[in-house]
Structure formats: C-alpha cells, structure tokens
Design a protein around this ligand. Structure first.
Ligand code: ZN
Length: 82
C-alpha cells in the first residue's frame, strides 16, 4: 500500500535559535483524524529571538498540528523502526 508522503523542513526543537531545523519525510495525513494534509508552503518559525525558514501547512480538515506533535510522531516512528 502506497501512502502519500511529503519531505518538509520543521524546527528541530522549540528554541531553534534560527538554525536548528530538521528535514523529515512524513506520511502526509493529519495526526488527529488521518485526513490528507494541505500542501506544504515555505514559512517562518519565530522562537522568540530568531527566525527560521521552515515549512507549514493548513489542513483542509481544520486541525492544527503543532511542530512539537509532529516531532513526537517522527520520534515514535523512528522508535518503531529501530
Ligand atoms: Zn484532521
């Protein structure tokens, strides 16, 4: 079964200092409901002091996913694969 994925850049941690980014390939579905996500676009993450160029997306289902949630999902997947 093939699933849709997208490779995007997201902040690697909450306080990224403008350069802690991570590039990840994700199953492109909403973490909350499993519906397809909106297409990624380039945006800016601001950690309170520095700006970082990352990707964002707007889900047609209306759910907002935090980068912290996406990182947790990536970590869980890596754990399963190990
Ligand atoms: Zn959703």
């Amino acid at each position: 079964m093939s699933e849709t994925t997208r490779t995007v850049t997201i902040p690697a941690c909450a306080e990224h200092d403008g350069f802690h980014a991570m590039r990840v390939t994700l199953p492109w579905v909403c973490l909350r409901c499993g519906s397809p996500r909106g297409e990624p676009f380039e945006t800016i993450s601001y950690d309170g002091s520095r700006r970082l160029g990352v990707h964002g997306w707007i889900n047609p289902c209306g759910h907002i996913e935090k980068y912290s949630e996406v990182r947790a999902a990536v970590a869980a997947t890596a754990w399963e694969a190990a």
